[in-house]
Design a protein around this ligand. Structure first.
Ligand code: 4G0
Length: 251
């Protein structure tokens, strides 16, 4: 996957060169570019922000340096897709903003299907609306709060998509996670057998895989009912899960 971050703080994306995302880059499963709009500013001070028309506090990112940065990035993307023999590539320009669609695991999986993504990271009060109208394909938010820039949201989106790419993670472990089956995760335990006088739940030591699967599912149900009633309301069980839930109802 081709990933480009348009940001005036390109150093922040070095974080992606660690851990599983870093390994995906080393293996060539992901190619990352960072593009600094400041490199496309025309004045001597390399200005990319200006005061808003109509007055008010804060600054707005100017359309022109961002336009140049986006066009440059699209040229890099074309090069990448040609080199990798990808015909009719899909590579949306995505603006990380509090106005966007809230990211969830379903949205993540929809983005895994793209051949690339160009992630536009705003600072200050955001970017000139005309730039958004002309160049932005979609807007994503990582939740209802404001940050000092779109860089962390862009990395959140990138990380959540990279770990879902084929062969990046053990597919089984990605599918086991919270939200994937619409429930919160079950508790996990490892050595030692006793910690602070607390024992590991007995069933996990039996080696009885069917009982363990059932116990884990019922733990997921408990947690989801108490902490996320909204997720519980939408949950549709498999045949086996329905059977386990019926047994639970009887007791
Ligand atoms: C655009 C995204 C970008 C507009 C970006 C701020 C939170 C998120 C930014 C603004 C961000 C998120 C209107 C302040 C940069 N903060 N929730 N900050 N405004 O995804």
């Amino acid at each position: 996957m081709f990933l480009a971050f348009i940001s005036i703080m390109p150093q922040m994306f070095e974080a992606l060169s660690f851990g599983i995302t870093g390994r995906a880059v080393e293996r060539g499963q992901v190619v990352i570019h960072t593009i600094n709009p400041r490199d496309f500013a025309t004045d001597n001070y390399r200005r990319i922000d200006e005061r808003p028309f109509g007055g008010g506090p804060g600054m707005v990112m100017m359309a022109e340096p961002l336009e140049k940065a986006i066009l440059h990035t699209k040229a890099l993307a074309v090069e990448y897709f040609a080199k990798h023999g990808i015909a009719n590539p899909t590579c949306p320009v995505i603006y990380l903003s509090p106005q966007g669609q809230t990211l969830d695991e379903e949205t993540v999986l929809a983005h895994v299907k793209f051949d690339g993504m160009i992630l536009l990271c705003g600072r200050y009060e955001g970017v000139d609306e005309r730039l958004i109208e002309c160049y932005v394909d979609s807007q994503i938010s990582i939740g209802d709060y404001v940050l000092t820039g779109g860089e962390l949201p862009a990395m959140v989106l990138a990380d959540s998509v990279i770990r879902r790419l084929p062969d990046v993670m053990n597919e089984a472990s990605a599918d086991q996670d919270s939200f994937v089956d619409g429930l919160l995760d079950c508790p996990h335990y490892t050595k030692p057998l006793i910690f602070k006088n607390k024992k590991v739940p007995e069933v996990l030591l039996t080696g009885h895989h069917a009982n363990i699967a059932k116990w884990r599912f019922l733990e997921q149900v408990k947690r989801t009912k108490t902490h996320r009633p909204d997720l519980w309301a939408k949950f549709s069980p498999t045949k086996e899960q329905a059977k386990w839930l019926k047994e639970l109802d009887k007791t």
